[in-house]
Design a protein around this ligand. Structure first.
Ligand code: AMP
Length: 244
């Protein structure tokens, strides 16, 4: 436990739709939690970012509806200008535990029963149906994401934020300066510019150390513990290009 403990919060599309943003910010404010803002951004969530963020749920029956939900396609269908989440890094002693306690249980119905007053007690649960109209599960619109552990917080913060989205004095994870160019196009990494590719890193840019090591391994065709998509997703945030 340290003053550098960090956690990722996402204010999800149902919270934005219901104007609960101010309530969530107030509830998590430094006055109540002792936690400070280390980073914040408005993110139009690509399916690449959503699928990487929720990779542990890949293959579960609720996975497709979870992706639709967090990308804003349920609450802002046909309104791409409103399809966004607010991503925030909170920082301070015991950040993960404090935010999870105030958020409450994942399932809003359980949250209402077990912890009235928690943020997710204001969420909703919806039945998921297949093409035949048969009920196949639940979609939990629970307003807020909060990292589950310090390890998950590190994975998620590095996935949503570049180092320079966070003031250097608030960096909790190691960074390195890139000495080479990395470009991305159509699922592939390249060290040379290709037409319509996105420049992910240029010499001199600061990256998370683990991302840079992953990119170097992928560029050299060596096995990497982090996938290319998990590194790239944040560099494509708000790029206004068709999904690559
Ligand atoms: P978690 O990784 O536990 O934070 O879950 C991520 C999100 O997936 C939750 O906020 C829910 O929206 C959804 N979710 C998790 N578990 C279930 C479940 N058993 N049924 C439906 N949705 C779920």
């Amino acid at each position: 436990m340290s003053n550098f403990d960090q956690t990722l919060v996402l204010i999800k599309p149902d919270a934005l739709k219901n104007s609960l943003t101010g309530y969530i910010f107030s509830t998590l404010s430094e006055f109540h939690t002792g936690l400070r803002f280390a980073g914040a951004k408005i993110v139009h969530v690509t399916s690449m970012l959503a699928e990487e963020h929720y990779s542990e749920h890949h293959g579960k029956p609720f996975f497709p509806s979870l992706i639709e939900y967090v990308t804003g396609q349920i609450h802002f269908k046909n309104e791409p200008e409103n399809q966004r989440v607010i991503a925030i890094v909170y920082m301070g002693r015991n950040a993960v535990k404090k935010v999870r306690e105030i958020s409450g249980p994942t399932n809003p119905e359980k949250a209402r029963e077990e912890k009235p007053g928690c943020i997710r007690a204001l969420g909703t649960v919806h039945l998921i149906k297949n093409e035949k109209g048969e009920i196949t599960g639940d979609r939990m619109d629970n307003l807020i994401h909060a990292s589950a552990s310090d390890e998950e917080a590190e994975r998620e913060i590095k996935m949503w934020f570049k180092p320079n989205d966070i003031p250097p004095s608030m960096h909790a994870y190691e960074t390195r300066q890139s000495e080479q160019h990395f470009y991305y196009k159509n699922g592939k990494l390249s060290e040379n510019y290709l037409p319509q590719s996105v420049c992910i890193l240029a010499p001199g840019d600061i990256a998370w150390k683990s991302d840079l090591e992953g990119l170097q391994k992928i560029a050299n065709n060596q096995p990497s513990s982090i996938t290319l998509q998990a590194i790239i997703a944040k560099y494509l945030v708000n790029e206004n290009r068709n999904e690559m």
